[in-house]
Design a protein around this ligand. Structure first.
Ligand SMILES: [Zn+2]
Length: 283
């Protein structure tokens, strides 16, 4: 069986000391291809480096909403050049995050050192990157948090690549699903949704049309509930436990169970969806 990782951050520093072992584990589970998403100019070169070293890593470059408040003037041009320099490269991770403005605590460690960009600034960066994705026909990966209405409006009116876009780790309301599908959305499921408090999200993924589903880990983020973790990494000095990217295997199996289909039937569907959205890269 071949696995496809729709959204991950292999370039994260937390993986660095363990990378050879992780790459070997991913090979062992049968990972065929993975989309590795950059988040700011600070990590784009690391993503490019990994994708040059491993043919199965598809690079994606984008400015994540968390980092919009921290970049200098030339970022969009740098992004365009990077995309032009590699025909395999996709756009991502981009999007809107109003959670960090409305709900996140001032001392949330995940946001430490970041200037939280106001709504209008986030939207301008998002729209500019959608335009670039459409111009170059590089399907974008979109992050959304507490911004569903604006996301739906912007995606409805934006030019988009003809194959569509990925709404990764979709946690929005079920009422929005049809609106997003109408404008070309694919939705990826991650292992964090196996937590008891996410029954509502599992319900959405139980009923989404199969031809719009992908699977992701978003590692090192989005850890699985303790009881579902099969692959583990040691805690980092700050006490957090990074999600091991090989947990894609258990995430996939759990989604098959939620859908009431076999893991191989799900793998067949996901392979088709992955190629339909991102295009065929490896033979
Ligand atoms: Zn991500």
């Amino acid at each position: 069986m071949r696995y496809f990782e729709a959204h991950v951050h292999y370039q994260d520093r937390k993986f660095e000391p363990h990378w050879p072992a992780i790459a070997e584990e991913l090979n062992r589970i049968g990972l065929f291809e993975a989309v590795c998403n950059g988040t700011s100019p600070d990590d784009w070169q690391a993503v490019a480096g990994l994708s040059q070293k491993h043919a199965w890593i598809r690079p994606a470059f984008g400015l994540h909403p968390w980092h919009v408040g921290n970049v200098g003037k030339g970022w969009l041009n740098e992004l365009r050049q990077l995309l032009l320099s590699d025909p395999r490269a996709l756009v991502g991770e981009i999007g809107l995050d109003f959670w960090m403005l409305k709900t996140a605590r001032a001392d949330d460690p995940r946001l430490s050192g970041l200037n939280r960009a106001p709504i209008e600034v986030q939207e301008a960066a998002f729209v500019a990157q959608l335009e670039l994705a459409a111009d170059l026909q590089r399907p974008p990966t979109v992050h959304g948090l507490d911004a569903w209405d604006r996301l739906a409006q912007i995606l409805k009116h934006a030019r988009l690549p003809s194959s569509g876009f990925l709404l990764h780790g979709y946690s929005g309301p079920s009422e929005y699903v049809a609106r997003f599908i109408d404008v070309g959305a694919f939705f990826s499921f991650n292992g964090n949704f196996l937590s008891p408090r996410h029954a509502r999200i599992r319900e959405i993924f139980a009923h989404l049309p199969l031809e719009h589903i992908l699977v992701e880990t978003d590692a090192p983020a989005m850890p699985l509930p303790e009881s579902h973790r099969k692959y583990r990494l040691p805690p980092t000095p700050d006490g957090s436990t990074p999600n091991h990217p090989a947990n894609l295997e258990v995430t996939h199996a759990a989604l098959a169970e939620i859908r009431g289909i076999s893991t191989t039937a799900l793998a067949d569907a996901i392979e088709k969806n992955f190629f339909r959205l991102f295009g065929r890269n490896l033979p």
